[in-house]
Unconditional design. Sequence first.
Length: 542
Amino acid sequence: MRTYRYCWRVALCSSLLGVQGVGAANYHAQPRDVRAPLARIVVAPDKPGALIPSDFTGLSIEYPAVGAYLGTDPAYPNTIFRRLLTNLGLGSLRIGGDSQDTSCWSPPNSSDRTGCAFTITPSLPRVVFSTATATGWRALMGINLAINDPSAARAYVTNGLLPASMSNVNNLLGLELGNEPDIYSQHRLRSSSYSVAHYLNDVKGYVAMLKGDARTAAVPLVGPAFVTQDWDRHVGRFVSTVGARNLAFLTLHYYPFSACSIPSAAGATDAALLSEGVMSSLYQRFSHDSAVARSYGLPLRLDETNSVSCHGKAGVSDSFAAALWGLDVLFTLAHAGLRGVNFHIYDLDRSPGHYNPIVSMVQRTAPTTWVYATTVRPLYYAMLLFRNAVGYRFLSVTMSNARANIKAYAVSDRTTVRVFVLNKDTNAAGSVIIAPSRVRGTATITYLRAPTLSSTTETTLGGQVVDRGTGTFPHPHTLTLKPDPVSGAYRVPIPVVSVAMVTLRLKSAPSFLGFVRSHRQPMPDVDNLPQRRKWTEWGGPI
């Protein structure tokens, strides 16, 4: 007899996260019954909550990776990468990471200068801002703080960034002062005695230089880009040092696991990545940090994150599990009040980049010919699906009688309700009952799927894949589903380890409480759902 495994949840999942995104707080070991729903979900569209910003999703890219991803020069752009950005709607492109604190702007004899492992030439900012103009994305540029040379930073801004962004200065989202200064000593950029006080003293020199020059004074600053919780509590001191009026927003970094630590790397499994403990910890930490940022009148952005730090873990960071994790992260952090999230990409010359949502390499085949090989991994499809939630407001969701590792979020723009059902269970397939509190008509279902949780290829969204040659994404296929004629509830088929986006059109009708379970509509075989059905409206012009 097959039985359910237990899924341990904390109270936070059913209380705090239960407001807009709910997980199975309790489900019990019992014989499987395919006729019983895996969960019951009630959505209240009459009580909209926080808005998910239209540019919530972003990417973070190391300086040496710019050529392979964005292009070697504005005259030879990577058009596939540009299309991949456009597929995601609006967003932010952060250029930084640990390479920013070893990258210098065209310094003389840069190879002989300590702290300059990568030289930033004029073509780099030009290709960054030409990409921003072509895609509608905005650029957040990292500044080398470790070298402790404010005049070099000013030269980079005045001679490199401002001329490159001159056609549209709004494309420059801000300047980030340093990258993870709380672990400078680990990268041998500072001694082990480097403290918050030392860091703030370094920052003062940069603020004075950049804000004291009329050419750079108007460019907003961001930071502190801390990655450890020990330094997170000093965010207020950073704001006081820089001045809230000089800051566009605050930034922090986060990785749930680290490949640089043997115990952490061993613990970085598919199951651990999808555990509710990881999400609950994430929510607790960053809902607090977001509240601190708001107390200074500033938004908070997690402008560098991914599944496993130190370049990811093969078979986990590049698997479908990372897609389920990434979608949950986006909803969790939006619910926590953050302004946005940037998934990190490492350059492949220095790293295998297992966690990269996009993989790109470049080869020069002739003096004026550059060939880019650019593909996507499962995490990219999670970002693509999340596009259908941005610009919408959270709705209250209540889940009951969960019999699997199921989680749900709902959003609305007052004319449309979208319910995202995440099935993180490796064994359970069946159906969920969705009961909106207002009667609606026919629903459409779009699935995010892969053969298995550990699959690194064959991820599909609505049965479609990104075209490898162009980066375009076809309109996804959907299933149509009619509500129960009496209760108005929908019985939604849910395959194993998958996401179902259920789109409902609002109708003016009296509200009702609860719902009546119905078996009047035949249940499709969830393991053999058709990949081709007529498609309906997608969340934007893809």
